[in-house]
Design a protein around this ligand. Structure first.
Ligand SMILES: NC(=O)c1ccc[n+]([C@@H]2O[C@H](COP(=O)([O-])OP(=O)(O)OC[C@H]3O[C@@H](n4cnc5c(N)ncnc54)[C@H](O)[C@@H]3O)[C@@H](O)[C@H]2O)c1
Length: 433
């Protein structure tokens, strides 16, 4: 049976390396479509949890995971050799930045080394991790070809960016269109045919580099537009204008305007990081990516701006940051999720602690957070806590917060998300960014 026939009859065995926010939902989706999936992860605790039906990813409930686990469904392992039995392998490992803000593709390299040891004729290998244009062709291809097998002839190689938006109730793996680009048209078609079994819409593009670039355009687009609107917020503050009113009214224009909203800064594993993969690649070609660097500068300065608003709030109460008790509401990087990676709340907490504040936080989704020098735990959000805090800062606008109660009980509120929109309060009680 050819690989195409195995894919179309759902008899192909799918391997997924990296069972995190991206890999686990994808694995579940392939099982739902009728495939057997081998999930490989270096984290033994995650593997154990998955095999017990206990999910560490918010978008995959224990109920769904429990129904996907089993010999005919998903089996998780730390043993990369298990990929030998797979017909297709998808890489979903992290792509962070180094301290120097250069790409760290070491996780991809180690995953590909593992695949190389399991590579066989007619295997389909797909990279989903976000990375700079050229990675699949320049890094993965030579590593896999060092086995003696040739890409495009003996095995199939493609890139397909992951576009998942954690916590999004409308769009998930199945109904988010999937981009696919292979190193040959046959590779593109093989990868597209695999995704077509599990995802509603698949869009083929001409190359792996094009597919890699599409993801970076999408995330750079967000980073730059958020940077622009954050700067508009700073301008509005100088002009004594309410930036939220300005954006809402501008958004009534039915064409040529798409609203973006200011906030405390960028967070998550994608928007603050991915554009730097692109600017790094361009630096190697003697090109300076101006928009990316400027947006990053403005966005990464937003936690400092939030702290300056907290200083203003405390000042109006004749208090200093030093010695004040500051309550942070929401530390996840966006609403209704638990992910605190790169969250601006962490920068805000560190900055306030450096100034001598006593910082406490509440987050219904993130019970504990590891900071540079300490571990903080979420406190209960009681009336006494709100009354007893010198300043309450809404950093993440989780849906289950009772904002009228927060405004009523808190001494003063700094609202970085316009979560208190429409609420009435005595003049000066709510400071927005
Ligand atoms: N999280 C998102 O919202 C999102 C959205 C789109 C794209 N992406 C991209 O997808 C990729 C994965 O992101 P994520 O959020 O799922 O990361 P994650 O940290 O949640 O998961 C990655 C998993 O890979 C495992 N891992 C690391 N090295 C490994 C190896 N050599 N072999 C096997 N397992 C290994 C880790 O233990 C972890 O469980 C990144 O490139 C990211 O930029 C993420």
């Amino acid at each position: 049976m050819t690989l195409k026939e195995k894919i179309e009859s759902h008899q192909a065995r799918v391997g997924i390396i990296g069972l995190g926010y991206v890999g686990l939902p994808l694995a579940c989706e392939f099982v739902r479509a009728g495939f057997s999936v081998t999930g490989v992860d270096t984290d033994a605790a995650k593997v154990d949890g998955i095999n017990r039906g206990s999910s560490h990813v918010q978008d995959v409930t224990d109920e769904v995971l429990g129904s996907r686990i089993g010999p005919q469904g998903l089996t998780a392992t730390t043993r990369v050799e298990a990929l030998r039995n797979c017909d297709a392998v998808i890489i979903c490992v992290p792509t962070p930045l180094r301290k120097t803000r250069d790409p760290d593709i070491s996780y991809i390299v180690s995953a590909v080394d593992g695949i190389a040891s399991a590579l066989h004729k007619d295997m389909l290998v797909i990279l989903e991790s976000t990375t700079y244009p050229g990675t699949t062709e320049e890094v993965i291809r030579p590593k896999l070809e060092s086995t003696g097998l040739s890409a495009g002839r003996d095995f199939y190689l493609a890139f397909s960016p992951e576009r998942v938006d954690p916590g999004n109730p409308r769009f998930h793996t199945r109904n988010t269109p999937k981009i696919v680009g292979g190193i040959t048209p046959e590779c593109t078609e093989m990868a597209a045919s695999l995704y077509r079994q599990a995802v509603e819409t698949v869009i083929a593009v001409s190359s792996t580099q094009c597919a890699e670039m599409i993801k970076l355009l999408e995330n750079t687009f967000r980073s730059v537009n958020i940077g622009l609107v954050n700067e508009i917020a700073l301008m509005c503050a100088r002009l004594n204008l309410d930036v939220w009113e300005v954006i809402d009214a501008a958004a009534t224009k039915p064409f040529g305007f798409m609203p973006f909203y200011p906030g405390p800064g960028l967070g998550g594993h994608c928007i603050p990081i991915d554009p730097h993969y692109l600017s790094w690649k361009l630096k190697t070609l003697n090109y300076y990516a101006k928009f990316i660097e400027l947006a990053s500068e403005i966005n990464s300065n937003m936690p400092h701006y939030v702290v300056s608003r907290i200083v203003d709030a405390l000042n109006s109460l004749q208090k200093s940051v030093n010695g004040s008790r500051i309550l942070i509401l929401g530390i996840a990087y966006k609403k209704d999720i638990s992910d605190v990676r790169e969250s601006p709340a962490l920068d805000i907490i560190n900055l306030l602690q450096d100034k001598g504040a006593q910082v406490i936080y509440h987050d219904p989704h993130a019970p504990e957070v590891h900071l540079d020098h300490a571990v903080l735990r979420s406190v209960s959000l009681t009336d006494d806590l709100l009354i007893g805090s010198d300043c309450t800062v809404i950093v993440t606008n989780h849906s289950d917060y009772d904002y009228p109660r927060i405004v009523a009980k808190a001494r003063i509120v700094v609202d970085t998300r316009n979560a208190t929109r429409g609420l009435t309060a005595p003049r000066g009680k709510i400071l927005k960014i």
